[in-house]
Design a binder for this molecule. Structure first.
Ligand SMILES: [Mn+2]
Length: 362
């Protein structure tokens, strides 16, 4: 069995705009520390090689210290490290990957066409390809590995699974099954896929090792993969220093709501929901909860209880609208018609309020 560390989508030097300047700078420092954790995990787990499947950097522009730290980390890893550039950090002759003085144990794939590096001493071939532009047409359909006895065939590539129309190297299960690989180390999707199999080939997305927003909630990490010809196992290892968490709390429970243990390290979005007699006091809720977390976003999705017809006598568009429907309601012939008119009133009032979810009004 060969043991490898598989990580992707670090998106180093992301702007973290939503956090404010000070916390964003701290988050970028923490992203850099992520590189140190990768080196530590590599050593603790005794991985014999490292596959980094693209989008290591968020953009062209990165801080020099981040690039230097990447070089230092790879050098400390002291095992072969393979990089398959993705859509955010694609390879170009004048770009970062061509300029960086990477240590000798690093190998960056530079072509859209697959090529292989042979590691004779451990009986492994690593196949890889690069994005050479923001977009990349399907590539894996060209990979048909001529299998060689005793070799474990690994692939490192950035691409989009089960999304045929994608502009980011769309990959199908059929391509994977026909590739002849034992394990395909994917990058691009930011949630861990767990170990999957198509034909005799296993594949996985580790997801991003550090969440960057409320669309990247929960545990984040990397994969330790043990692979041999026709045999693959994987284990998820958490790396994120902070988690993004989204919680919904009914308005009548918000005053007694307690954050879970460990919340101080994490970034929360708390959505207050349900029907209330009065609007929630967001300032008071923020004052109580904010000191307990790293950062807090509060969303008020409550709806105020009220009688549908209570404002029918108002001298306003709302009043005219409600009076019209009230007249029709009184002459309605059956329950079905009455229900339709009531619904029309609800939707109309929601539109007048500029609300999206009329159905939640009552
Ligand atoms: Mn990507």
């Amino acid at each position: 069995m060969i043991r490898l560390l598989h990580a992707a989508d670090l998106h180093l030097d992301s702007p973290f705009d939503a956090l404010g300047e000070e916390k964003a700078a701290l988050r970028r420092r923490e992203q850099r520390e992520l590189l140190r954790s990768l080196a530590r995990i590599r050593a603790e787990e005794g991985a014999q090689l490292v596959l980094l499947s693209g989008d290591l950097f968020d953009s062209d522009s990165a801080w020099t210290e981040t690039e230097e730290l990447l070089c230092l980390t790879i050098s400390e890893m002291a095992v072969p490290v393979f990089i398959a550039p993705g859509n955010h950090d694609y390879y170009s002759n004048s770009g970062r990957w061509a300029k960086l003085r990477l240590p000798a144990n690093a190998h960056v794939f530079t072509s859209e066409d697959f090529d292989a590096v042979v590691l004779e001493d451990i009986g492994v071939r690593v196949w890889g390809a690069a994005f050479t532009d923001r977009y990349c047409a399907s590539k894996l359909d060209t990979l048909r590995i001529p299998r060689q006895d005793g070799f474990t065939e690994l692939v490192c590539v950035h691409g989009d699974m089960n999304n045929p129309g994608s502009r980011y190297n769309p990959i199908s299960e059929a391509d994977i099954a026909a590739s002849g690989a034992d394990y395909i180390a994917l990058g691009h999707v930011h949630a861990c896929s767990g170990l999957k199999k198509a034909g005799r080939t296993c594949y996985a997305y580790p997801g991003c090792p550090e969440g960057r927003g409320f669309d990247e909630c929960g545990e984040k990490g990397v994969l330790i993969v043990d692979a041999a010809p026709g045999k693959v196992k994987s284990r998820f290892i958490t790396t994120a220093s902070r988690r993004y968490e989204c919680l919904s709390v009914p308005a009548d429970e918000i005053d007694s709501f307690h954050l879970p243990d460990g919340a101080a390290d994490n970034i929360y979005q708390i959505t207050i929901t349900g029907e209330t007699g009065q609007e929630p006091d967001l300032a008071a809720i923020r004052a109580r909860l904010e000191p307990q977390v790293f950062a807090l976003r509060l969303r008020d999705e409550t709806r105020i209880r009220r009688d549908v017809w209570e404002r029918a006598d108002e001298d306003s568009l709302r009043g005219v609208f409600l009076r019209m429907l009230r007249d029709r309601l009184s002459s309605a012939r059956d329950d079905h018609e009455r229900e339709m008119i009531t619904r029309a009133a609800r939707w109309g009032l929601a539109a007048l309020d500029g609300r999206e979810e009329a159905e939640l009004l009552w």
